[in-house]
Design a protein around this ligand. Structure first.
Ligand SMILES: Nc1ncnc2c1ncn2[C@@H]1O[C@H](COP(=O)(O)OP(=O)(O)OP(=O)(O)O)[C@@H](O)[C@H]1O
Ligand SMILES: [Mg+2]
Length: 356
């Protein structure tokens, strides 16, 4: 199992995990914006993509291949469907892990209709031979199908209709340059601003027929870790609470009380995140402390701390990874309402006890 899978599995059990869980998968289709106008935020990506698609439409051509890169839950799958809708084209959906043999890819490519959008999710997890077949397909709209085995094997060239490949990846850095270079347009999706998440929440509340005040949406947005998927998930949990414990209307107080039950704090940290921070502050004086030691202290796997908790803590400026170990920032002390020891600001903390 690679660590990619580990973090997905752990993350999907968390209310603030960015990967889609079962419930997300069931409800997300209903919440997906259907066209570029409905798609909230990502102004740069929207403007650029709008130009690419408009120009292709005006030429009566198939749109250039598009690569969507960004963290889980930011809208890559949503955008791929929007691209197909804007081009008035059918869409075929598959993913890197589903294509293990070049033959799997050849079968998909050869059955595409002219102008069809092929959405290849997790494109960085495709097998090598399939990847190489894809190079030729993207550039020349042609594949070589190998027939037979051994010395008698022959390559039969097969013409493909023009199509638009939309690749999605959470890790653009893992894509081999030849693959990256074959995309005509790359969209880097950023985390969303709180105001944008508020719009996502209002839109979803509307679709789910939930009444929500603007302060309620603000409260949920602030805890959504810059991610629309998390915003939608927190909204559903807060809705449950509002229905059972109140009159169904989501106010600021209701949202805060509901998310307290689920242990998602004002900044979107959950129990795991806070456990890591608390250990770092209370047991190690703010660090520096090694990852393994920190993991033992919170009773989690090293990988869980490093891949599940830390990325968000680092992004939030609460924790820093330094060559000497993990260090809490002043913001971390403030967030947990603790006072840093005088030496914490110099980054020495506990280490001083041993004169190091
Ligand atoms: N810009 C947006 N406006 C409104 N809703 C959005 C936006 N982006 C994403 N969403 C919502 O967030 C949810 C997750 O989006 P999506 O499935 O497209 O993410 P993703 O980037 O494909 O994630 P993953 O990497 O896990 O595949 C969807 O239900 C969608 O409704
Ligand atoms: Mg997706």
């Amino acid at each position: 199992m690679n660590w990619d899978d580990t973090s997905d599995a752990t993350a999907s059990e968390r209310l603030v995990g960015a990967s889609a869980d079962r419930e997300d998968q069931a409800v997300e289709a209903a919440l997906r914006p259907k066209d570029l106008d409905e798609f909230i935020g990502q102004e740069k990506v929207r403007e650029q993509l709008d130009l690419v698609l408009r120009a292709a439409r005006a030429r009566g051509a198939t749109a250039d291949h598009v690569l969507l890169s960004g963290a889980p839950g930011l809208g890559k799958t949503t955008l791929s469907m929007i691209i197909a809708a804007e081009m008035n084209a059918p869409i075929r959906i598959t993913s890197g892990p589903a294509i293990q043999h070049a033959g799997d890819l050849a079968a998909i490519l050869s059955s595409l209709q002219e102008g069809e959008v092929l959405f290849l999710d997790e494109i960085h997890r495709m097998s090598r031979p399939a990847e190489e077949m894809l190079y030729m397909a993207m550039e020349d709209f042609r594949v070589d199908v190998i027939v037979g085995k051994g010395p008698g094997a022959t390559a039969i060239p097969l013409e493909l209709p023009p199509f638009t490949l939309v690749g999605a990846t959470t890790r653009a850095g893992l894509l081999p340059p030849p693959l990256r270079d074959r995309f005509g347009f790359t969209a880097h999706m950023e985390f969303y601003e709180p105001a944008e998440l508020e719009r996502v929440i209002h839109r979803s509340a509307n679709l789910l027929d939930v009444e929500i005040g603007s302060d309620g949406a603000t409260e949920i947005a602030g805890r959504s870790r810059g991610t629309p998927r998390i915003a939608n998930r927190l909204l559903r949990r807060v809705r449950d609470y509002a229905q059972v414990r109140a009159d169904g209307v989501i106010t600021r107080d209701i949202a805060a009380a509901a998310l307290k039950v689920y242990e998602v704090d004002a900044r979107g940290l959950d129990r795991l995140d806070r456990g890591v921070l608390e250990a770092l502050l209370k047991l190690f004086g703010g660090g520096p402390v090694g990852l393994s030691t920190l993991a033992v202290a919170v009773g989690e796997e090293r990988e869980t701390v490093e891949e599940v908790a830390e990325p968000f803590l680092v992004r939030e400026g609460l924790l820093a990874r330094t060559p000497r170990g993990r260090v809490a920032t002043p913001a971390a002390w403030a967030h947990l309402g603790l006072t840093p020891p005088r030496s914490a600001s110099t980054g020495n903390g506990q280490q001083d006890l041993f004169g190091t």
